[in-house]
Design a protein around this ligand. Sequence first.
Ligand code: ADP
Ligand code: MG
Length: 408
Amino acid sequence: MADYEFLTTENLAGYIASKPELNSRINAGALVSVNEIGDGNLNLVFLAKDAEGRGMCLKQALPYVRMTGEGWPMTPDRARHEVESIQAHRALEPTLLPEIYLFDPGRHIIAMEDLSDHEVWRKALNRGEKHEGAAAAMGRYMGALAFGTSTFAMDREALSEAIARTQNPQLCVITEDLIFTEPVVSAGRNSVLPANEPDAADLSADPVMMRAMGQAKWYFMTHAEALIHGDLHTGSIMVRHPSDTWVCDSVKAFDSEFAFYGPVAFDIGILFANYIIAAARAYALREDDRAARCLGLIAQSWDAFEAEFRRRWPGRLDPRVWGDVFLEELIDRWGKESWLFAAAELARRTVGAAKTSDVQTLPDNLREGAARGDLQVARQLVREMDGDHSPARMAQIAASVLERCRTA
Ligand code: ADP
Ligand code: MG
């Protein structure tokens, strides 16, 4: 049993009324709607609106996984990891994350900016919408945190303290099991269409993939480079555009409860894989221009990441040893590692427990080819990452493999 009270649609107004930081932002006495909107799997998420049109989002971590119930316990301290990472990241890029109004550590509640005038990017991508500027915004976000939360920008004591505070082993283990181990070593949680069973078998029998996943897992567990988001897929990004243009006027990363000091290329690779998955959907639907546009997002994010990191580089704390050759090598290494992490994400989103709506909502006859394509891209990436590992090459590989594998 939990020793704290859960939020409900009934007690939420009273909760807001009891907190001056919240009550000043919304009229708790005259809420016109209180809805539980969580489509996520882990937490309770509510949206409250008052008669003046003001809104507020409240997210509460339970001591277990919401989707599965008490049978899968999980630390509610994940709310603190989410809020502290949002605050650390907002200090670097204030517009790219939701504003936090309150964190209640006793009840593991985060009250934050209402983003209901945005939409989850994955849903928009699934409809084939363009949302220009989102990929670059997220590249800038990753570049900012790669520099700003790292040893390049933080003095040793502050850095050590940050690394200590952000240890997040329970959430990291989920990533380690689900993303790196289980795609290739089944733990009974995997599933695919019958037609894709040979593809999943080939994946787990692939020694190159196995070796790559071992390497990826080890990097993830040992390379405390920066305070990464930890779950930066297209469902953790919200986008908004004015009615007369597809150019986004707001892009936000959210849901960073997996944040910890990890490899910079992890977020990058996860995002790239989700662009490829969006492209797999488009190819399956025979919308090749749209697929090309999805694959073009890889370079947009990478270029913005690299530009932002380079822009901040002159401010590094010890330019005596961290010179320009080191910078070039570092960026090259991150580029290559992003292939490794992208391969892991492609594999796990296809055979693992947490699949994507991009592919799952396709009719089975099209889904077969999209799933096969995603697995084949993963295996190709780990084979080619020692060669040309530019974003353009990744897009090229994905395009040719996905087009070849599509069905019906
Ligand atoms: P979980 O950690 O359970 O996955 P998320 O943070 O992903 O929860 O939130 C679940 C859903 O709630 C999101 O996909 C989004 O639709 C909605 N949501 C989350 N945060 C906000 C917000 N600040 N404003 C509006 N809607 C939100
Ligand atoms: Mg989520």
